[in-house]
Structures are given as structure tokens and as C-alpha cells.
Design a protein around this ligand. Sequence first.
Ligand SMILES: [Zn+2]
Ligand SMILES: [Zn+2]
Length: 99
Amino acid sequence: MKSCQWCNAQFATKVSYQIYCSPECREQATKEKIAERYAVTRRQKRHGKNRNCKSCNTKLSVYNDELLCDNCLVNPQDVLKALKEIKGISNGKPFETNK
Ligand SMILES: [Zn+2]
Ligand SMILES: [Zn+2]
């Protein structure tokens, strides 16, 4: 007898590598493993990436999902302006060319 790695139920098996009592348990456990791995890689990715505030270039915290640092978030008007300028630069369009 073995006990299921997922639901802990006792089950009999002929194959030594079987660790779950049923396909359902195996599926649930697999799903959880995938979700776990996904959460880990997402965290690691974020740690490996240096993100700076789009407005003042301060390094952003890994827990900050915004494009801006806390200081800039306080001042949405200035930030909007700065973002527009950044967009203009990244589009490769210089300002005030349409005359
Ligand atoms: Zn089970
Ligand atoms: Zn900032």
C-alpha cells in the first residue's frame, strides 16, 4: 500500500513510480506544480530586470508594477507630460516637426 501524494489516501499499485491514487489527484498536483513554477519564474524575472521610473529615472522597487516611482505617482500632471515626451522619442519622431 502507498499513500497518495495529493490526497493522502491509501491505494494499492503495481507500478512503483505511481505516487497518486487517481488520475484526478495527479492532475491536481500537476496543475499546482505548474502554477507554483509560474509564480517563481515571474518573481525571478522581475528581480533580474532593472526598472527605472519613466519620469525621474529612479530605480523602481520590484514590488512596484507602475512605470513610475512613488514620488512621481503623486504628481500625475507632470508625469503625463513626461510620458508623452518619452513616447515621442521612442517613436523616433522629433518634437515640433510639423510646421
Ligand atoms: Zn489521491
Ligand atoms: Zn520618478
